[in-house]
Write a protein that binds this ligand. Structure first.
Ligand code: ZN
Length: 135
């Protein structure tokens, strides 16, 4: 297996609209859209930059993973996503290398991507997302 690129950087924010301003108005990125991912209780904004993207995440619920993250750490980088070409193979490979997976089966993330999270205990306390996109 080989990670193909940094697919996106996930940043936990309290207020999506307020946070978008920095990336749009100051860094000059373009907002490609927003999307609610019910399963993860988040509202997501995508701002591509070069070959990768900034993904801003705002919790839609007080008990969602992003709300909990902010409660514990404050706002900030929450995860880094690497693009892989086959998520099932990537998960199998990670497990064979002794990595602990949060998701042993892929689930659907924003933009219809198939994703799986690696447990931070296996990756220097960085929450790593593996992401396979069809487009
Ligand atoms: Zn992500």
């Amino acid at each position: 297996m080989k990670a193909l690129k940094v697919d996106h950087i996930g940043i936990a924010v309290k207020d999506l609209e307020e946070s978008i301003k920095f990336y749009q108005d100051i860094l000059g990125l373009e907002l490609m859209g927003t999307e609610v991912v019910e399963e993860q209780k988040v509202r997501v904004a995508f701002l591509p930059v070069g070959d990768t993207e900034v993904e801003l995440l705002e919790s839609t619920s007080e008990d969602g993973p992003i709300a909990k993250f902010i409660e514990k750490n404050g706002e900030g980088i929450q995860h880094i996503a690497f693009k892989v070409d086959n998520i099932e193979e990537a998960i199998e490979y990670m497990i064979s290398k002794g990595m602990r997976m949060i998701d042993e089966k892929p689930r659907y993330g924003a933009g219809g991507a198939k994703i799986a999270f690696v447990h931070p205990k296996s990756s220097n306390r960085v929450l790593v997302e593996l992401s396979e996109r069809t487009e």
